[in-house]
Design a protein around this ligand. Structure first.
Ligand code: MSP
Length: 511
């Protein structure tokens, strides 16, 4: 059977400061999808990394009185450490200062030159170092005697220098055609509309090199210039899979990428520049770009000056990684901005994890330990109610799968936890403690059904809370290879012979 491949990426982060909740959010979204696709049987390549060139990084290193490379090494290490702390299942971590990336960017540049899409001229206009973006005059405004970008609010400065340009203007029509014939290329739909509107106004050629600083990849055959950091950064998605070696297995298996997860702030770069570069280089385009919304704290964008920054590492130390992963995915509807707060995090841990899923497992396992010699009872005679419970979940698997494939993680999690809620209710209503005295056969069928249900819920929760869901599956002795989506619809595949593993409290209630 031919293996199904799936390539998913996060944005590569600027190592200009320590990682924050916004970075953690993008990475967790991508990780949940990567893990789910693996459970679905795909061979997944999941990439993340750091974007280390450009004036923003050079200036930040100067401010910190460090050599730029050393500055990047130190901060990139923090992002790499974060992948472990967040329990990401990434296959690779790319740094744009690596040799493999230089080769790839140089090759792409040469392709753009060969296709006649690059020419030398002079750039005159506004530039935001913080966004590493060029802005037109109608995209900036005056604020406190400063010129700032209307969209991002970041300061812009006037730039006049010799520059290579990419003929972006000549790609407007092709881009519009592509958006039209590939619905779902940019999601959510609102972001697609935003991009289409922007491109319909007509695109200007894009400055793709700078001469006023040196921290970047030199333009081949003209070392006075360094390549624009976004052309450099976007190419990471190719470098990691061995481009320009298009005959390598990795490239053949994984390009074009299936999904670039990004924040809405970097939509223009991914949905306009990136496909235009690729078309010009005659390379296939990624299948989807998903622009998620902002994480807000106390209804505001997190910022140092507002003092509302929630540090992912502090939160994980205090509440646990699965708790944070679950909360972020449940609380924020992917695509929209979402407010997060410690108060809501605590409520979510208590209501969903401790009182619902955690409690369900705890009480069922304890009951089995006390009343069934610590082994899952086996039944061949299920009641209407037993079947109603387990079938409801089984019949929902296809729909849950569609939710993931639409990146609707928020509704996925809500539905999965609803099944756990149903199961708790079913356990209460069935009263196995009374059945013990009156009808042990029926008690067995209730317990058998409910453990099957716990198994299935836990498989569905694996992408979101991998550590905790695996612990539950360990307790009920589910074979590691059978922790996959296709097992959910199989009947009679619990281990009834082995005693349950030690029961521990997975989710402590928080005050
Ligand atoms: N280096 C570029 C990306 C290059 S990709 C080829 C960049 N880096 S970044 O570090 O500034 O931010 C990357 C991403 O972090 C954003 O696109 C977004 O996905 C995420 N977030 C940063 N702050 C955020 C929030 N407050 N909320 C949600 N995500 C945000 O841009």
């Amino acid at each position: 059977m031919k293996t199904k491949n799936y390539y998913i990426t996060t944005p590569i982060y600027y190592p200009s400061g320590k990682p924050h909740m916004g970075h953690a959010y993008s990475s967790i979204i991508a990780d949940v999808i990567a893990r789910y696709k693996r459970l679905e049987g795909y061979k997944v390549y999941f990439l993340t990394g750091t974007d280390e060139h450009g004036l923003k990084i050079q200036r930040e290193a100067e401010k910190n009185k460090k050599k730029t490379q050393i500055f990047c090494d130190e901060l990139s290490k923090k992002f790499k450490e974060l992948t472990k702390i967040l329990n990401l299942s990434n296959n690779d971590f790319i740094r744009t200062t690596e040799k493999r990336h230089y080769n790839s960017v140089e090759d792409l540049w040469n392709k753009l030159v060969e296709s006649g899409d690059i020419y030398l001229d002079k750039y005159k206009g506004w530039y935001s170092v913080s966004d590493e973006a060029y802005y037109d005059s109608d995209e900036i405004e005056d604020k406190n005697n400063c010129k700032v970008s209307i969209v991002s609010g970041s300061k812009v400065e006037w730039v006049e220098e010799e520059s290579y340009f990419f003929k972006l203007s000549s790609w407007s029509k092709k881009l519009l055609e592509h958006y039209k014939s590939n619905p779902g290329f940019i999601l959510p739909v609102s972001r697609n509309n935003e991009v289409v509107k922007f491109v319909e106004k007509g695109l200007k050629d894009l400055s793709v090199s700078r001469t006023s600083f040196s921290w970047g990849i030199p333009v081949p055959k003209n070392k006075k210039h360094v390549i624009y950091v976004w052309l450099d950064a976007l190419t990471n998605y190719l470098s990691a899979i061995n481009y320009p070696d298009t005959s390598s297995d990795l490239y053949k298996e994984f390009w074009p990428a299936d999904l670039h997860i990004i924040g809405k702030d970097i939509l223009r770069f991914h949905a306009i520049y990136w496909p235009a570069f690729l078309m010009a280089a005659k390379l296939p385009l990624p299948k989807r770009i998903f622009g998620h919304g902002w994480i807000l704290s106390d209804e505001k964008k997190m910022s140092k000056s507002l003092g509302n920054i929630l540090d992912p590492i502090d939160i994980i130390e205090k509440y646990g990684i699965d708790q944070l992963r679950y909360y972020l995915i449940k609380e924020v509807s992917l695509g929209n901005d979402g407010n997060i707060s410690l108060e809501n995090l605590k409520n979510c841990i208590n209501n969903d994890l401790a009182n619902n899923y955690g409690n369900l497992c705890q009480r069922v396992f304890s009951f089995i330990k006390k009343n069934c010699e610590n082994k899952i009872p086996k039944s061949n005679d299920f009641s209407k109610n037993d079947k109603a419970l387990t079938n409801k979940l089984k019949n929902n698997v296809q729909k849950l799968n569609e939710l993931i494939n639409r990146q609707d993680l928020n509704n996925y999690i809500k539905q999965v936890i609803e099944h756990s809620f149903d199961s708790n209710k079913y356990f209460n209503d069935s009263e196995p403690w009374s059945l013990k005295k009156t009808d042990t056969k029926k008690m067995y069928s209730v317990l058998h059904s409910i453990v099957e249900q716990i198994k299935n819920i836990s498989i569905l929760l694996l992408p979101i809370i991998p550590d905790s869901a695996n612990k539950i599956l360990d307790i009920i002795n589910v074979d590691k290879n059978l922790r996959i989506i296709s097992e959910i619809n199989k009947n009679n595949n619990l281990n009834h012979d082995k005693e349950l593993g030690n029961i521990e409290i997975l989710f402590r209630k928080v005050e």
